[in-house]
Design a protein around this ligand. Sequence first.
Ligand code: NAD
Ligand code: TYD
Length: 351
Amino acid sequence: MIIVTGGAGFIGSNFIHTWLEQTDEPIINLDKLTYAGNPENLLVFQGDKRYSLVQGDIGDRTLVTRLLTEHRPRAVVNFAAESHVDRSIHGPGEFITTNINGTFHLLESVRGFWETLTTEAKQSFRFLHVSTDEVYGTLTPDAPPFSETNPYEPNSPYAASKAASDHLVRAWHHTYGLPVLTTNCSNNYGPFHFPEKLIPLVILNALAGKPLPIYGDGQQVRDWLYVLDHARAIIRVLESGNVGDTYNIGGNQEKTNLSVVQTICSHLDALRPKTDGSSYSDQITFVKDRPGHDRRYAINASKIKRELGWEPQETFESGLKQTIKWYLDNQQWVEHVTSGDYRQWVQKQYG
Ligand code: NAD
Ligand code: TYD
């Protein structure tokens, strides 16, 4: 069996769906259930013997050690993190606590367990750390995409905390021999994406007749990857990745924020035309830019393609269509997440 952390969040829950579609190997999900953790993402697995959720913190060594010694997983996949750049600007503390200290405690708990294993089990054990392309900083328009050898130049508190966690993971391999793998992925989108992030925010605001906020001039570039392609890549790395290596994962789909928002609007115009005949793009509103906003991210994913045979199955067009359809078809999920903490956040961020 394997343990994942942060599996009630966006990418973790999509990973669990992908995992349980492919195998009967059980999976335990250790999740603190912060505002971003939503057990409803995994409702279909209620009562399924292969899946269980444990509410807890990756930084709780007693709990993590107990889980490891009781269940004896062959791998731990670490998705748990504070993940929203804008929240990290308003309040970086939680990012330090979970992304840096939490990863440190998790590594120590896992190392303690790993050291008790037989030589054979030690060799086959894996700790896979899920990270981001934001650790590499920002690119100028003509610079080549980030490869695994780019220097780390994180610019936001979020990116800095993820960079620190990547360094810890690297050090636990080099110093203690822990068999680690690290993945650095570009921006994801797809089902179960919490609507504080650009794509779900724009879909839901458009349908609600609200402004579609674009930071600054909207010419910032992100390399978008459909979340299920990311989940498949993580499984490839877990099964066949070279221990100690990092793998960049990306969709090779660079888009400006403005063009992403315009594309969403034109899909919605076709799928849910407004009664007054106007376009959703009329709701686009340019707002104050994010401080320290990175201009461009892009991933060179040739290593994972060459070594592990992974490449994305979805283009931005095909993935976005599925995503919009998912949000239109899952109104109940939307209603449940757009309450409580999320409403307070919207007030704080957009006024
Ligand atoms: P998310 O915010 O949707 O989910 C994070 C999950 O971690 C939540 O379920 C939350 O409850 C849980 N969590 C937070 N703190 C915890 C703690 N201390 N202990 C246990 N659980 C805790 O994030 P996401 O978008 O699914 O991202 C998952 C991982 O992938 C993160 O490490 C993130 O840095 C990385 N990543 C995200 C993207 C992206 O586009 N979203 C891209 C590349 C990498
Ligand atoms: P986001 O989804 O927060 O991901 P990240 O900052 O990790 O790349 O944002 C994606 C891009 O969209 C980023 O350049 C910021 C921009 N953005 C807006 O223009 N308006 C918004 O309301 C949000 C949430 C993001």
